[in-house]
Write a protein that binds this ligand. Structure first.
Ligand code: GLN
Length: 483
């Protein structure tokens, strides 16, 4: 049952082969069995899951269901969930029980999805390995000694280990696509503003975007269809109507032109990983696509530009955690300044502090022009590079990550080395573009991903290309050994 996709489970629920309560129990039992060892969940919510599953069964019986009614899911612990701890992977919010649901949570709940719990993540979504969580690292189900990627590593590991068929994630610089690639599943980061950010703990507001982690493009389409759409509570949520992503999947890839950035296939990319990506591109060609080599002139500056812009926004967003209104509060502080200092000193981990320091520095009066303003100009140039490329090609394809999953602990002492993991994923969010990663092979027994980036609001096109690929290949069906 746990090997079934969301689409298959939806069919089984609809035809009464299984009930929502049975599904919830089945996956809760799997979380019990594997969840602890993988450390994929921060909070499991069996009681509310059972109640939601009963309501889903009632809806199914009444013929008032959607394709997600009764489907078990998990939310990254960055999404506010009413009455449930929302920690964002931080000691700062370890005691925070959200009084309301995030827009994405609300919509999935309204569709009848059953939340089984909240997944582990890098603290405040800062990281590429899930080693920055206050709750300890997540382990990659393909090899427990390696990282699952980050920051949505708990969601990715949970889906890969079949603890849940689909989960939410967020992507600011790669946090859906990179863990999806390292765990061998399909993840989509939609266009900036496609899914409301309301109720999502803010990291870098001009980049943050919610999306999905699932095993197939079809499942991603089912979830995204529900999550996406306008929201008056988020002024950056796009007003555009949400297309029927599922209906769009049926169209063939046909005459799609796929841009390939040759510069991505340099020494920085593991040679076996490169070969898997080239093999995947050859499959796309067989399906009728035309490959065209392109250049993104300024993409090499995406990592440095991101590591100015994102920390700048983070330093501002995280100023709200002061021990006064919510979250952790240091005991016994003598005055307000001491309360702030001790609360923030105790509540935040090392990486978050590093970002706050960097962000405050690049925004300071003396350095604003030299760093922040400069980074914003580079960001604009990168957006223009993409816009120029999309006048010639329909999507851009390439590797999601430079290597498969690396050993736990290998990069924790070298932040720059860690940041370079996102070299292929950071460009799309800087330009606000949608991007997807899907499994395209194994390297030394570990999964790697093919990334597709498209123009604004081309989620349907990306999902269709991925679905076409997944009909031809079976990389997305592989399960981690022993799972
Ligand atoms: N790894 C990147 C960072 O640490 C991206 C994180 C994300 O997308 N949330 O900031």
């Amino acid at each position: 049952m746990h090997d079934a996709t969301i689409a298959q489970l939806a069919e089984a629920l609809r035809t009464g082969k299984v009930s929502a309560v049975e599904l919830a129990e089945h996956f809760l039992a799997r979380i019990e069995r594997f969840g602890g060892d993988l450390n994929a969940f921060i909070t499991v919510t069996p009681e509310s899951a059972r109640a939601q599953a009963e309501r889903a069964d009632a809806r199914l019986a009444a013929g008032d269901s959607t394709p997600l009614t009764g489907i078990p899911i998990a939310h990254k612990d960055i999404f506010c969930t009413r009455g449930v701890r929302t920690s964002c992977g931080s000691r700062m919010l370890d005691n925070f029980i959200s009084p309301y649901n995030a827009a994405a949570v609300e919509r999935l709940e309204a569709a009848g999805a059953v939340m089984l719990g909240k997944t582990n993540m890098d603290e405040f979504a800062m990281g590429s390995s899930n080693e920055n969580s206050h709750y300890g690292p997540v382990r990659n189900p393909w090899d427990r000694d390696t990282v699952p990627g980050g920051s949505s590593g708990g969601s990715a590991a949970a889906v890969a280990a079949r603890l849940v068929p689909g989960a939410t994630g967020t992507d600011t610089g790669g946090s859906i696509r990179q863990p999806a690639a390292l765990c061998g599943i399909t993840g989509i980061k939609p266009t900036y503003g496609r899914v409301s950010r309301w109720g999502m703990v803010a990291f870098a507001s001009s980049l943050d975007q919610a999306g999905t982690l699932a095993r197939t493009a079809e499942d991603a389409a089912l979830m995204l269809k529900v999550m996406a759409g306008p929201d008056p509570r988020d002024s950056t949520a796009l007003p555009d109507p949400v297309p029927d992503y599922i209906a769009g999947l049926a169209k063939p890839i046909g005459s799609m032109t796929i841009g390939v950035v040759d510069d991505f296939f340099d020494d920085g990319l593991d040679s076996d990983n490169a070969q898997r990506v080239r093999d995947a591109l050859a499959v796309m060609e067989r399906l009728g696509a035309t490959l065209k080599s392109i250049r993104l002139e300024n993409i090499g500056l995406s990592v440095p530009a991101y590591y100015v812009v994102a920390p700048a926004e983070a330093s501002s967003n995280l100023s709200r955690f002061d021990g006064v209104r919510f979250g952790h509060r240091a005991e016994g502080a003598g005055d307000l300044t001491e309360l702030y200092m001790r609360t923030r000193g105790e509540g935040f981990g090392a990486e978050v502090k590093r970002r706050i320091l960097t962000g405050t520095y690049v925004l300071s009066a003396g350095y604003f022009d030299a760093y922040y303003l400069q980074a914003q100009k580079v960001r604009q140039l990168i957006s223009e590079d993409f816009a120029r490329a999309f006048r010639e090609v329909d999507v851009i394809a390439g590797p999601t990550t430079p290597t498969p999953a690396f050993p736990l602990g290998q990069k924790v002492d070298d932040p720059v080395e860690m940041y370079l993991n996102d070299i292929y994923t950071i460009g799309a969010p800087l330009a606000g573009l949608p991007a997807l990663s899907m499994p395209c092979g194994l390297v030394r027994g570990l999964p790697v991903g093919l990334q597709l980036v498209g123009p604004h609001l081309s989620e349907g096109r990306l999902l269709r290309a991925a679905h076409g690929f997944q009909r031809e290949t079976d990389w997305h069906t592989l399960a981690p050994p022993g799972i």
